[in-house]
Design a protein. Structure first.
Length: 332
């Protein structure tokens, strides 16, 4: 029954789409506007009010109008649509190619303004180098540029095929997260060390996921999506910036712990499914670590579904840690 529930949860988790954003995992609306969070977000409908979005990739389509302000945080952000208010962006690479009535603030590595960019207010950006600004782009207000790197900056001339060049740079960029062979070896070493140093903890984590898979998925998804949202909201205030950095640090630690827990859960599930026996508890723990690491590595590398498998596995691992911690706290 639990195995059927696992499959059903994965199908439900990754088959829903929001009305305002494709691929948005979290979406809600209130009187002030719309909030979106997820991996790849495409805003394809008009938004009445403000827009807050957090994700790996965020695209505001060219036929979309945002009636209020926009706060965007992610790795790759494209603004082709119209925004009637101010725009605040935190990202790695940013492309603005639409009309914006208010002021624009950008913190990024690279910033590109396309020929259709029309900013009625001021533009203030913090980047590694001078922004790529098309000759047809318009900024009515003042342009204030700040650079992270030291020394004199060289103004880059934007070619006519600016969009193709910008997209090629994104396609050639190194992925933010990739489970390579050295990475999976390091992961297996940490998991193996924990399984022998803290065998009771690793067993409790594995049993928590297998006994309550739905709760583990729920806890993991809430943590993976909720904590970045809180961090992004905190980063928009001066007082909350230190708190946001602490949340980012905590997120990284728990994310890595979730990877280790995912190894325990996957390895234990498969060894139990096939009824494998190893003669000793030490041999069983070692087999669980090896099987779990290899399956996590292979599953994450699978085309199309690899990202779904990776997200679900880490979510289950983080959820199992939270459940095991709650049970331990309640029994103390």
């Amino acid at each position: 029954m639990s195995r059927v529930l696992w499959v059903s949860l994965m199908l439900v988790l990754f088959s829903t789409h929001g009305a305002f954003a494709e691929e948005a995992a979290v979406q809600w609306e209130n009187d002030g506007g719309v909030f979106l969070a997820g991996a790849d977000i495409v805003v394809s409908e008009n938004v009445e009010g403000n827009l807050r979005a957090s994700g790996d990739s965020i695209v505001i389509a060219d036929d979309v109008t945002i009636d209020g302000d926009a706060w965007l945080a992610g790795r790759r952000i494209v603004v082709d649509g119209a925004i009637d208010g101010d725009v605040d962006i935190r990202a790695q690479t940013v492309l603005i190619n639409g009309p914006i009535e208010g002021d624009v603030s950008v913190w990024a590595v690279d910033l590109t303004l396309g020929p259709d960019a029309d900013i009625d207010g001021d533009l203030a950006y913090y980047t590694n180098a001078e922004a790529d600004i098309a000759s047809d782009a318009k900024v009515t207000g003042e342009v204030e540029a700040h650079f992270f790197s030291e020394g004199e900056e060289v103004v880059r001339v934007q070619p006519d095929d600016w969009r193709n060049g910008w997209e090629e740079r994104q396609n050639d960029a190194t992925p933010v997260l990739e489970l390579t062979l050295p990475g999976v070896i390091i992961l297996a070493l940490f998991a193996g060390l924990l399984s022998f140093v803290a065998p009771r903890w690793s067993e409790n984590v594995r049993r928590s996921a297998q006994s309550t898979p739905a709760l583990a998925v729920f806890y993991g998804v809430v943590w993976m999506l909720g904590l970045p949202i809180v961090g992004v909201l905190a980063a928009f205030t001066i007082v909350g910036i230190p708190f946001a950095f602490l949340l980012i640090l905590l997120y990284g630690i728990v994310f890595f712990a979730g990877m280790i827990a995912a190894v325990f859960v996957i390895g234990g599930l498969l060894t139990g499914l096939f009824g494998l026996s190893f003669g000793s508890s030490a041999g069983e723990r070692l087999a669980i670590v090896i099987v779990g690491s290899l399956v996590l590595w292979g599953g994450a590398a699978a085309p199309i579904l690899g990202g779904f498998f990776w997200f679900a596995s880490i979510a289950v691992g983080i959820g199992a840690i939270l459940i095991a911690g709650r049970v331990h706290y309640e029994t103390v």
